[in-house]
Design a protein. Structure first.
Length: 261
């Protein structure tokens, strides 16, 4: 057997082993379903790492938490161990509910290359609520919620529709789309990303001190702005309707659009 033939045989064996591993990989899913009392104006704190988070309003004074846990590993035994270690902890207290997602540790003996775990949250709460929600690898989507909203992710988009109050949003690799039908007057708001655009839709009568900056992108607005300082394609500072609370929009690679509802 010459050298070229031997190399081909080795590559074929390696490919066969990889294929066999893929064919024997096990994926498991498990549902977490819980409903608790949640009064209008209460605070929901949620911490996740891998997975999307969806939160929308309903007409009950309760919170409904539906979570889909998903794990994948090279064998059913390892997948079952990962699922057992993937835990959702719900801690209710007066005026607040905290939801923590506990993932298997990388140091765990069952954790190996090719294993993965994620949790997708679908939550319903009263329309009046405060939120402090974060994930790392996933999107955050909010609908019809009014309150103090703190939203964050690292690799994902943030979308807020038909909501109101005060909103702070941060992501790194993703876009921000926010529609606020009402704004808490005098409150400061921040919208920041690095790789992604920002679209903010707010009422025509909004009073605010506006700062918008991008490095590789443009800025467009439907509002007449009383400019303060410099104005350029990628930098804008000024007042909306006489000024008010601060609205700061910043990105590096993306455009900024401020729309009138």
């Amino acid at each position: 057997m010459n050298l070229n033939t031997r190399s081909l045989v080795i590559w074929a064996l390696a490919a066969g082993l990889l294929l066999a591993g893929a064919l024997t990989a096990t994926t498991l899913e498990e549902t977490f379903d819980q409903t608790l009392a949640f009064a209008p104006g209460d605070l929901l704190e949620l911490d996740n790492t891998n997975g999307n988070v969806y939160i929308e309003a309903w007409d009950r004074q309760e919170i409904h938490i539906l979570a889909t846990k998903k794990v994948k590993s090279s064998s059913s035994e390892k997948a079952e161990a990962l699922m057992q270690d993937l835990q959702i902890e719900v801690e209710p207290s007066s005026g607040r509910i905290r939801v923590d997602t506990e993932y298997p540790s990388n140091k765990d003996r069952w954790f190996s290359s090719g294993s993965s775990s994620s949790v997708r949250y679908e939550i319903k709460i009263p329309a009046s609520a405060d939120l402090d929600v974060s994930t790392v690898n996933g999107n955050v989507t909010i609908g019809n919620i009014s309150g103090n909203l703190e939203l964050g992710t690292t690799n994902g988009n943030v979308s807020v529709s038909e909501s109101g109050g005060r909103l702070n949003v941060r992501t790194t690799n993703g876009s921000i789309n926010a529609e606020l039908s009402e704004i808490t007057m005098g409150e400061d708001m921040v919208f920041r990303t690095t790789n992604g655009g920002i679209t903010l839709s707010i009422p025509a009568e909004t009073q605010a001190n506006l700062t918008a900056r991008t490095t590789n992108g443009s800025i467009k607005t439907d509002f007449p702005i009383t400019v303060q300082g410099t104005f350029s394609r990628n930098r804008l500072e000024g007042e909306l309707n006489g000024g008010g609370g601060s609205i700061e929009l910043r990105t590096t690679n993306g455009s900024i659009q401020i729309e009138e509802l």
